[in-house]
Design a protein around this ligand. Structure first.
Ligand SMILES: *Cc1c(COP(=O)(O)O)cnc(C)c1O
Length: 378
């Protein structure tokens, strides 16, 4: 029998190839052309002020911290409150700018707990990064208020959240920056790309310059209509090569078209797991992560909590089922281990968490099989 993987990208192959073919035929695969189109479509879809298409969410997160640090004059060592329960990009991005990650604990949603966050605020705290784990938002709106009250900038790591809505609205307008990932196994797949959405137009403009090696064409394009200086540009600052390209944008354009439909299917998978496993839930052998009322989650993955996690995983592997674990706490890794043992709830959850297979290739039959094996094992 075929292995069931936790995550697997699904592409509409012919439609995606047709979009890519346009790039190849006109000979334009780089920045511009399709990247402008996906940015426009993403602004339309999300209602966010700006959208800059980049080569990964990791790059987008770095640009977020760099731009905010420059604009608001943050110093090296200034603090950013963050979660240990995430992919390392979230915290690496803080460190890229020599800022200091201060870890706060999570709540039952596995997202930052506003009560613990409040305790971690110091005079050096400048910002908070919130991770909408699996597309959930936990107590995001309380965090928004807390940030306002304490004058902290808010970055939303929305790598799992493409299409997440609350009371019918895309989540993120409340944040200073929202960063999405369109990496292959995320819920809006390309091969590798992302979107960084600044609320502030000036930061969006600067990020585009810094994301293209610091190149600024404005000065010359404004002053010359003769064409003599068409090749000339200024480089006022050192930048990075972070912008996206038209091949990835072509893939994203197709994925975006089906995003709501795909997320709906993911929510159906989630409901089926909950339905079929409710026996184990009532016996107290397994629990799902709760979601706030009014949330329509992108459902990047479905997480459960179980005891003896590693032994159960072995039994599942033996049945050709390959769930994942999101995540090992970042505070277990050397760059962040100064904060090991500072987030007791996160540590408890991290020992028990499992991500069940969720992707467009999962069938009801797969789910029945996975649930049956889980019931046997537990
Ligand atoms: C995947 C992921 C990222 C990084 O996304 P890339 O596009 O691969 O750089 C950042 N944060 C979280 C929470 C992620 O899961």
């Amino acid at each position: 029998m075929e292995n069931i993987q936790v995550l697997k990208p699904y592409y509409r192959v012919d439609e995606t190839l047709a979009e890519i073919k346009e790039c190849l035929e006109i000979g334009w695969t780089g920045m511009g052309f399709k990247t402008e189109k996906i940015e426009e479509k993403w602004r339309e879809y999300t209602g966010l002020n700006n959208a800059y298409f980049v080569n990964s969410a990791t790059s987008g997160l770095h640009l977020a911290f760099k731009e905010l640090k420059d604009k608001y004059g943050w110093q090296d060592g200034d603090e950013v409150i963050t979660t240990p329960f995430t992919f390392v990009s979230t915290n690496h991005a803080i460190k890229y700018e020599n800022l200091s990650p201060v870890f706060a604990d999570v709540d039952e949603y596995l997202c930052l707990d506003p009560l613990d966050v409040a305790k971690k605020i110091t005079p050096k705290t400048k910002a908070l990064i919130f991770v909408g784990l699996t597309g959930n938002i936990g107590r995001y709106y309380e965090i928004v208020e807390l940030c306002k009250k304490n004058n902290l900038k808010l970055i939303l790591d929305a790598a799992h959240m493409a299409g997440t809505r609350f009371n019918g609205e895309i989540v993120g307008k409340e944040s200073d920056v929202v960063v999405y990932s369109f990496q292959a196994v995320k819920n809006m797949p390309t091969a590798d790309s992302g979107m960084v959405c600044f609320k502030d137009d000036e930061l969006d403009k600067n990020a585009r310059e810094i994301g293209w090696l610091g190149i600024n064409k404005d000065t010359f394009s404004r002053t010359t209509n003769e064409g003599v200086y068409k090749w000339k540009y200024d480089v006022p600052n050192i930048g990075y090569k972070y912008h996206g390209n038209s091949i990835m944008a072509a893939m994203a354009l197709v994925s975006l078209k089906y995003l709501d439909e795909d997320n709906k299917y993911r929510r159906e998978i989630s409901s089926l797991y909950q339905e079929k496993l409710k026996g184990l839930v009532s016996e107290g052998k397994l629990s799902f992560i709760p979601q706030p009322e009014g949330l329509e989650s992108s459902t990047h993955v479905v997480q459960i909590l179980i005891d003896n996690r590693d032994k159960v995983l072995e039994s599942l592997y033996a049945a050709n089922i390959y769930p994942g674990v999101h995540y090992t706490l970042n505070t277990e890794y050397a760059p962040y281990d100064y904060a090991n043992n500072t987030c007791p709830k996160a540590e408890e959850y991290a020992k028990r968490v499992v991500s069940l297979p969720v992707h467009m290739g999962i069938t009801e039959e797969n789910i029945s099989y996975i649930c049956k094996v889980l019931m046997d094992v537990l």
